[in-house]
Each structure stands twice: as C-alpha cells, then as structure tokens.
Design a protein around this ligand. Structure first.
Ligand code: 0A1
Ligand code: ZN
Length: 870
C-alpha cells in the first residue's frame, strides 16, 4: 500500500504489501439512477507479517447507511469516515465487514464509479473509481474473488451484466428482477464492472483451444445494434490470434462488450465485461470511415488481449501501469500487423511516436515509462506509458527474437498467473528464458526522454576503411539531469556504389547481430575495411529503436537509399527525411524538394506500388513532427514552409495525381477489403493535393455528391471545408442534416470545423460552444471540438494574439468542475509551451497562469503545477 508523503506524492520506493486483503467480495446493488444502494460483504484477512496494522478502506462520495462487523452493527465510536477513507478501530483478526452505502449515478459527470450514459447505468473503475461505489481496499494488489447481485426494475433495466459468469436471474416483486454473477478469478477492484439497461446484442459462440464454449456478445442500445457486427468479428479474431501467437486461451463462459456514448477514454478491459466508448464499437460503411474500422479492430484487440496482460497477471501498484499497457499495445499492434500490413502498422505507430510521444518526452510533462512518483495517477495514461512502453517491449522482442521472446512470455504468464506483478517480474522472465542480463536494458523504464544517436562517418580512401562513430545522447528531463547509457539495438545497412548491400559486419566493441549492432556505451566506433568507395549507410530499419537519428545525409543520398532499401518502413522514412530536410532547410531545399518530387512521381506511376503505402508517402510530416524536430517552434514559419512545399509538389505531380485518382475509382468502391481501403486512402490523399489547385473544388464536390461511404464522404467534406470551397457550407449543412441523430457522426463534422486551418477558427469554436451541439458532459464532444482545436489546429490554437490559448484555458476551467480527467487531457495540450517562439511563449503563460487560482480538481492542479514548474 502506498500513501502519499508530506510532499503530496506517492513514491514507488514506499511500496509495502497490503496490510489487509479482501479475499472474497459479495456485492448487491439496488440500481436506480438517482440513488443506488450498494451492500458489500467483504471477507478481510490481515497480513501475518504486519500484525496490528490498522484496517483502512477507501471510500469517496459515499453515504454510509449501515455498517457491521462479523454480523454485529458497529458503534460509531468503532470507526471514522473522513470523506476519503474509512478507519476501523481495534480490528486485528480476520473478519467480515458489511456496509451499505448510497451513491448517485445520474449526477456523476466525472464518469468514474457508477454513472449514467444516456439510459444506461455503467461503471468505470480504473484507476481509482471503485472507491466511489463502495468501501474497499482500492489498489491493484488486492484481488478477491467476486459475487455480484444486481437488482433493478425490469422495464428500464431488462439486461443486467457484471464481471465473470452468469449464475442466474429471477423475478422479484413489483416489476423488479435480479441477476447474479460470479467472477472466480482473483481480480482487483479496478477491473470491476456492471452495466444495466435496455441493451440488445449481436452474439456468437466459439470454442476455445482448451475446449471451452464461450458466448461472445456485443451489446448496445437497440438502434445501434445493426452497427455492432464488425466489433463482434474483431472479438473473435482477437481470441483466435491470442491462442495462436501467444498460446493464451479465454477463461470465462461469456465475453461481453458494451458500447457507451459517454466514456472518458477509448475502452476498458474489465474482467469478462469490457465497456467501450461507442466510437470504438459502432460502425457501418455509411457512418464510419476505414480508419474508424481499423481503430475499432485494434481497440477491441487491445481490450481483449488485456485478459492475460493486465487481468490474469495484474499490477502490483500503479507505477507498473506500463507493464499492462505497454505490453498490451505491443500485443495489439502485432495483432494488427499479422492481420493486415506490418509496414503500414509500423508507419502509423511511428507517426504517433514522432509527432506526439517524442513531444511529451521532451516537454514539461516528460516522465519515465515507469514513473517513480505521482500525485494523480489518472494523469499517467500517457503516450509514454502506452506507446513508448510498447516500443520498449518491441526492443526486447528485437533483442531476443520471436522464439525466445515467446518463451519469455510463456514464463511470465506461468510465473505470475493470478498475481500482481512488477516490471522486474517481466524482465526476470525474459532474462530467465534468454539467459541474458537485462539490467542495462531496464534503464529504458527508469529514464525519461527520447535518446538521440548522433552518427558521423569517415572514409579513408587510401586504406579502404569506412567508420561510423555513434554517440548516444540522452537529453535531460524534469528531475533527471544526468542519464546512463541505454542498450540500443541499431539496425543498419551499407550499400556500395553499385547499390549492392555490403554484408560484412563491422569491427567494433559492441555485440553484432544480424544487420545490427547492440550499442551499450556512450560512444561506439564501427569499422569496415576493404571498401573500394565510400558506401551509403541506412539506419533503424523498421524503426526497431525508438530514437532520433542524426546523420548528415545529402538529399541525393536519401533519394538513392529510398530506391535501394527493401524495408518498406525505411523507404517511407527516407522520404519523410527528405521532406523534413526541405522544410527545415537542413538539406539544400531545392535539391530535397526535387528529389522528393521525383520519388513521388515514381510511386504515383508505379502500378505495382501498394496504394495505401503511396498514400502514406504523400502525407508529409505533420506540424507536430516538424515542431518536435526544431529547438524553437515558429508556428507560422513551419506551416508556411509546409504549405509552400505541398503547393510545389502538387504542381509537379498534378497529372499523376489526377491519373491515379481516376484509375482507382472502381477499386475504391464498396467493401472493407485491404484493396478497397488502400484505394480510398490514396484517392483521398490525391484529392487533398488536387484541391489546392482548384478554387472551385469541383473534384471534391463531385466526390462528396457521389460518395459511396463515409470514407469518401468525409474525405471530400474535409477538402471542401478546409480549402474554403464555395460548396463548403451547403455540403456541411447536408451532412449535418443527414446524420443529425448520430452523435458519433456529428463529432466528425464538428472535428472538421474545429480543425479548419485558419486563425479565425477560434471564432467558429466560440460559436459552436453557444450552439445546441455543444455538450461539455460528453467527452467525445469535448474531444471533437476542443481537443481537435488544441491538438490538431496549430493555426487556430497558436494564434499570434493568444486568443486560441485563452479559449482553451477558459474551457479547461469549466470542464474542471465537470470531468477533471477530460479537463486535464486538454491542459496537456500546453506541454510544449516553453519551446514556442515569442510572442507565443508569453501568450501561453498568460493563459495558463490565471488557472492557478481557478482549477480545483487534483487532476488539473497536478498538471498545471508540472506545466509551470521552473
Ligand atoms: N485500461 C484502459 C484505459 C482506461 C483508463 C482509464 C479509464 O477511465 C478513466 C478508462 C480506460 C485501456 O488501456 O484500454
Ligand atoms: Zn490498455
């Protein structure tokens, strides 16, 4: 159990095992949106190693109605409830504590604990929401087995779901009914869930590799059920994949997924009862884009795969969060790579890393994959915990290879099943399976910041000797001025003048594997001899290491390597480097733009090239990625340069773009095949470029009018709105009307309006905040409007007069009182404020500073302090 120190922080170093455990939890709910009564019967046992330790339970926003110990009502002198914890006096032995509390779901806008989502009653407990349901020892290393009874009026709540297996239902008097569930697996409270309401489902039964019959259900409100089929298929694919790739079987008789319109995050892996943001469940081609379908499949996989990485093996404490999240992101990305295109999945992940995670790692909120202290754990559901955490698991996979990695995973699951584990347990399993010492590798978990590899080359023509000197640079981050060198596997390839790969390994003082060197020191010198001419070097194939590479290429070298490389990820990356070099003028801009243009021409005219891959190559580095690559961010200059390069490339390629757009018209028709999706992706990319040269946006208008699904419709609408086409308003109007009843599609057009690249969008946002569409209690709506504006509209958010910051700061103060985790996520959009060029740096501080006196939630106060810390 970890208690905050005087400094207000919970420290990793302070961990001690729980003094008391709950071995069995029996709960009964009398459900009602206004006042739900929760009866809990907890079997408690003291830790024999900590005799006499006081019995303390967590409990917030609970009204205590009754309390008894071992069957005897407790006198008020025997306990104290201070609003956060329940202290029981003089209890030393194993006992049964019974409480009855009242809670108020309908007023719960924080959406943690038990809350209402439209007509449903739902729970969200991770990380510390269960204490808002009943008194409990609410920490992940307390793992009882559970029995859950739900009672409610049958007409409003015909379906009553909870964790585990259904035991039975029965009618009660007065139109009420009851359902009983049992979860036989030891499960922490953060994985507790119930869902009640007029739900309907799609269902199928499968048999696991162990021969268990499992009913898979996806539940939604009745009107949405026709859009649940794709998610159900994704559940089955996930179940099969975990059996085949990791040998992990599902372990209950039912697996339920529930779609909720009100949900703070993406989804939640509660044992046997996953609760999802509706946007990651509901899809058909008329209302969802291809990206939505792919997002649904990957989030379904993520939550399903948590059943082993997170639930069967859970966390000792919240510092270990990446043990489940990084590992599960690694697992879900392997799932997507195995089922679809590995290269495209990698490109997608690297875009997020470079654009967003590197920024987090280099900004005011930087923290290690395993933080060593926190004030508010809900502020640590970050890209560093999830995406960098997954990269660290991928590093291990690269170092060990698939076979040994799998043996390490088998060992991890076997040794820790039913336990609350740590990252040390994870590394110990892999060290045991591989025989490797992973002590240096473990620094990836404790040191924040994105490592940089500064590589210089030298060629001695007379001696035929080529050397690469590789320096590891680890930038300082908050609280970590000095760092130790990391173990970094550096993939590399050399090409000779004829373009043939040079296969000889270098001589060096580091371990050399197939096509890679394992860097362990601050500096390594790699040496090749017997070379007739200076070779061309390429680095970090597949982005095997989540690092920045600094190497002085000429534009012509990058272009040549992009032709020679067989690794599709690296081919894409080399073109990104050309574009970045042209934009930031680290390369001769004329030569770089010319080389990029030629490479794109080749791709656009290559009938054999995968259209989805070509679309990725057309997408130049975004604003975030560029901003991450410069020490001081001049927003207008970066965007101006990017727009100018796009204009120039479009002029060069207009005929190829048109030809490709037309040639793919049929292939882009119906269906969710990879081929159709790829064709739509490339056509939308071509359309966005072509619309630059077409003030009437006739092609975009035609695509909008004849759209065969949401991918085409939204792609066209984006062009119309973002390029201020004459048809933008009527098209928006038509779109709005056609989907007026659908909150998820409404979020889409709101997102387009919020990201229109113009400083005046700030005023459009003010108008939206006064419109009937605004709803600050729905996190999806907040993200669609304010999240999109702050995160994806640099021209609007970073207006020179600071008006974008003011708007977002004002709304953070409003949201702070409604849903603090949502407000805190918006506040994190300021993470890079210190690197902004003036006057924006001052303007952002002016927007943030007054929040000091206005924000009340611990979530927002913690973030604000970290943002403003000197
Ligand atoms: N464990 C979930 C993420 C999650 C975290 C917090 C939540 O509520 C505040 C909800 C979901 C996942 O990784 O999918
Ligand atoms: Zn997760």
């Amino acid at each position: 159990m970890s208690v905050p120190r005087e400094d207000g922080f919970v420290h990793l170093a302070d961990y001690t095992p729980p003094a008391w455990r709950v071995v069995h939890a029996d709960l009964a709910f009398d459900l009602d949106p206004d006042a739900t009564d929760v009866s809990a019967r907890l079997e408690l046992q003291p830790d024999p190693a900590q005799p006499g330790a006081p019995l303390v339970l967590d409990g917030e926003a609970l009204t205590l109605l009754a309390i008894s110990l071992d069957g005897q009502p407790l006198d008020a002198s025997r306990y104290r409830h201070d609003g956060r914890q329940l202290h029981l006096h003089g209890v030393t032995d194993a006992c049964v504590l019974e409480t009855r509390v009242r809670i108020h779901p309908a007023g719960n806008t924080r959406l943690e604990g038990l809350y209402t989502s439209c007509d449903l009653l739902l729970t969200q407990c991770e990380p510390e929401g269960f204490r808002r349901i009943t008194f409990f020892i609410d920490q992940p290393d307390v793992m009882p087995r559970w029995r859950i009874v739900l009672r409610a009026p049958r007409d409003a709540y015909p379906v009553l779901l909870a964790n585990g297996n259904p035991v039975g239902t029965r009618a009660l008097g007065g139109g009420r009914h009851e359902a009983i569930w049992e979860n036989p697996h030891p499960t922490p409270a953060y994985l507790f869930a119930i869902a009640a309401g007029a739900l309907e489902r799609v269902t199928r039964t499968v048999t696991t590799m162990e021969g268990r019959e499992v009913e898979l259900n996806v539940w939604a409100e009745p009107a949405d059920v026709p859009r649940c089929g794709y998610a159900l298929g994704a559940v089955e694919r996930s179940l099969r994949w975990d059996e085949q790739r990791f040998g992990r079987a599902y372990d209950l008789d039912v697996f339920n997924v529930v779609a909720a319109q009100y949900f703070t995050m993406g989804a939640m892996e509660n044992k046997g009862l996953n609760i999802f943001n509706a946007r990651y469940v509901l899809a058909d081609q008329a209302t969802a884009t291809d990206a939505d379908f792919m997002g649904i499949e990957s989030v379904v996989a993520h939550e399903y795969l948590h059943n082993w990485s997170g639930n069967r093996v859970t966390l000792r404490d919240w510092f270990q969060l990446s043990l489940k999240e990084g590992l599960t992101v690694f697992r879900d990305s392997e799932f997507s790579a195995d089922l679809h295109s590995r290269a495209l999945k990698r490109i997608e992940a690297v875009r997020v890393l470079r654009g967003r995670q590197f920024a987090e790692d280099g900004g005011a909120l930087a923290h290690p994959v395993r933080p060593d202290r926190y004030r508010e754990i809900s502020n640590f559901y970050t890209l560093t915990i999830y995406e960098k955490g997954a990269e660290v698991v991928r590093l291990l996979h690269t170092l060990l290879g698939e076979k040994v990695f799998r043996a390490g995973m088998d060992r991890y699951f076997a040794d820790n099943d039913g336990r609350a584990a740590t990252l040390e347990d994870f590394l110990a399993a892999h060290a045991g399976a591989s025989g490797r010492d992973l002590a240096q590798f473990a620094r990836w978990y404790s040191q924040a910041g994105t490592p940089e590899l500064r590589i210089t080359e030298a060629f001695d023509a007379a001696a035929g000797e080529y050397t690469l000197t590789v320096d590891q640079h680890l930038p300082p981050t908050p609280g970590q001025p000095d760092k130790q060198p990391l173990l970094i596997p550096l993939q590399l390839a050399l090409y000779d003048a004829s373009g043939a790969a040079i296969n000889a390994p270098p001589a060096c003082d580091a371990a050399v594997g197939e096509g890679r060197v394992e860097l362990v020191a601050r500096r390594h010198v790699l040496r090749w001899t017997g070379l007739a001419a200076k070779p061309l070097a390429a680095f970090n194939h597949g982005f095997a290491a989540p690092v920045k590479i600094v190497f002085d290429y000429a534009a012509s070298d990058l272009a040549r390597l992009a032709q020679l490389e067989r690794d599709p990820f690296l081919r894409w990356d080399l073109l990104q480097q050309l574009a970045t070099g042209a934009l930031l003028r680290t390369l001769d801009p004329h030569a770089a733009a010319g080389a990029l243009s030629d490479a794109l021409a080749d791709l656009l005219t290559d009938e054999a090239a995968d259209p989805a891959f070509v679309a990725e190559c057309l997408a130049l580095p975004d604003f975030d990625t560029l901003a991450e690559s410069v020490p001081v961010v001049d927003v207008d200059a970066l965007i101006g340069a990017r727009e100018a390069l796009l204009d120039r490339l479009t002029e060069d390629q207009v005929e190829h773009l048109q030809a490709r757009y037309e040639a793919l018209a049929d292939a882009a028709g119906d269906g969710l095949s990879g081929e159709a999706m790829g064709a739509r992706a490339l056509r939308n990319a071509c359309l966005a470029w072509l619309t630059r040269l077409d003030p009437t946006a006739a092609l975009a208008q035609a695509q909008f009018d004849g759209a065969r699904g949401m991918t085409e419709r939204l792609g066209a609408l984006r062009c119309l709105v973002h390029f201020d086409a004459p048809g933008a308003e009527p098209a928006l109007q038509a779109f709005r009307t056609a989907f007026a009843d659908d909150p998820l599609v409404t979020d889409k057009w709101l997102g387009l309006v919020a990201t229109r690249p113009h400083p005046e969008t700030r005023d459009a946002i003010y108008a939206l905040l006064r419109s009937p569409w605004w709803n600050p209690t729905n996190p999806n709506r907040v993200r669609a409007v304010l999240g999109a504006f702050a995160r994806s509209n640099p021209l609007g958010f970073h207006r020179r007069d600071g008006g974008g910051y003011q708007l977002v700061a004002e709304q953070i103060a409003v949201l702070d009182a409604i849903n603090p985790p949502v407000a805190a996520r918006l506040l994190a959009a300021f993470e890079g404020w210190r690197r902004l060029a003036q006057p924006l740096r001052t303007r952002s501080r002016e927007a943030l500073a007054p929040l000091e006196g206005r924000l009340v939630s611990p979530d927002c106060r913690d973030l604000l302090q970290r943002l403003l810390a000197p």
